[in-house]
Write a protein that binds this ligand. Structure first.
Ligand code: NAD
Length: 388
């Protein structure tokens, strides 16, 4: 019996989580679900993420989560970002795979990508300075004094500033995770993505470190000159006993976007920073049929939290309408994480069969979104359970 924290979230979250729980239970794996409410209503009432929620995840080490709404430009900070920080969930893993029967603009392409996104640093660190505040003006003055000829050349009372920290440690951890994932899952390549031609001290550092980790993993550099003068990361030397043969590639984020749309089959595992990863995950989800089918996991040293890429889709709240597939596939990832690989495959196959048949699927998976034969969230989950 496993004990898992279950966060229903808000908006359509509780409906999709209920559907997912049915499917995970139907695999036969025994789970004692520790339900913790942490949606927008709870946050507004208590002013913060309740400590009992964090305690539960820390104790159980595994959580399955529905989406949680974040007010735009005001109110509390994103609960999703907060949880990733508070629990040290440094790697976000988002597989994007083509399932037969899912309609996409890329019919016939066979996409099978895994995006690994750094989850705690970058512009999402939450270090921000509001325009018009004294401390912001002071910061701008300090930056202008320290930065030589590169000045912030707008007025210091009409400029907001967000800080982008990228560290060797953060980059090492997520890159190590990406290579380890590639080795364990018999993947062929790891592509490191950023914008080092423009941001030399953050994204330049990122490439320095991803190259050093690639060398420690005995990777095969697509462009060998990138390895010149680079030493394998000493913290990781000896972690792999022989060359893994995994191909190491680099792409700039803008080029990566185009390449993914034109030839996604050339890529396999992609490692990138927080902001680029956020954007690329939606792009990759779009390649395989949209947010309804894009699962995810947030992994740390002491806990793992599984959730879909999509948000709370509040306009559909309570309508038993939205697609539960992304959270159900996140449940599949959770089963793999627990070592229940057979149950995970059984669940994934059942999902794939229901989608391929195209009968018991939600409106967004029908050719015509107004198709009256579309089933609801719970009915799709029940069809998946019947296949197991
Ligand atoms: P969203 O993902 O909720 O919705 C985007 C579009 O996709 C909408 O048209 C929606 O109806 C559709 N959609 C989403 N999930 C679907 C599903 N399962 N089946 C069918 N259609 C689906 O994104 P948004 O509208 O930008 O955000 C809504 C709220 O969710 C915001 O407050 C945002 O901050 C939050 N959010 C939370 C998470 C999270 O909890 N990890 C992630 C993203 C967004």
């Amino acid at each position: 019996m496993y004990k898992v924290t279950l966060l229903p979230g808000d908006g359509t979250g509780p409906e999709i989580i209920e559907a997912t729980r049915k499917c995970v239970d139907a695999t036969g794996v025994k789970i004692d679900w520790d339900v913790q409410e942490c949606g927008i209503e709870v946050i507004e009432a208590e002013g913060k993420v309740p400590e009992r929620v964090l305690d539960s995840i820390r104790a159980n080490k595994v959580a399955l989560k529905g989406p949680i709404t974040t007010p735009i430009g005001k109110g509390f900070r994103s609960v999703n970002v907060f949880l990733r920080h508070a629990l040290g969930l440094y790697a976000c893993v988002r597989p994007c795979k083509t399932y037969k029967g899912v309609r996409t603009y890329f019919e016939g392409s066979n996409v099978d990508l895994v995006l690994v996104r750094e989850n705690t640093e970058d512009l999402y660190a939450g270090v921000e300075f509001r325009a018009g505040e004294e401390k912001t003006a002071n910061l701008i003055k300090m930056i202008n004094e320290a930065s030589g000829d590169k000045k912030i050349n707008t007025r210091d009372d009409t400029t907001g500033v967000s800080i982008k920290p990228i560290s060797y440690e953060g980059t090492r951890k997520v890159t190590d995770f990406g290579f380890d994932y590639a080795v364990k899952n018999k993947r062929k390549s790891v592509t490191s993505v950023c914008k080092a031609n423009i941001m030399k001290f953050t994204d330049g550092l990122w490439y320095d470190e991803t190259r050093a980790v690639a060398l420690a993993y005995g990777a095969d550099f697509e462009w060998p000159e990138l390895a010149e003068g680079v030493k394998p990361d000493p913290e990781l030397v000896g972690k792999v006993s022989e060359a893994t043969g995994i191909k190491y590639m680099e792409r700039l984020i803008d080029n990566m976007c185009m390449q993914l749309v034109q030839k996604p089959e050339l890529y396999d595992v992609i490692i990138t920073q927080n902001l680029y990863g956020d954007i690329l995950s939606d792009l990759c989800a779009g390649l395989v049929g949209g947010l309804g089918v894009a699962p995810g996991a947030n992994i740390g040293e002491d806990a793992a939290l599984f959730e879909a890429t999509h948000g709370s889709a509040p306009k559909y709240k309570g309508l038993n309408k939205v697609n539960p597939t992304a959270v159900i596939l996140s449940g599949k990832m959770m089963l793999d994480h627990l070592g229940e690989h057979e149950a995970a495959s059984k669940l994934e196959n059942a999902v794939a069969e229901v989608i391929a048949e195209g009968k018991d699927v939600t409106y967004d998976m029908k050719a015509d979104r107004n198709d009256p034969t579309a089933v609801g969230t719970q009915e799709m989950a029940e069809a998946i359970c019947r296949r197991m």
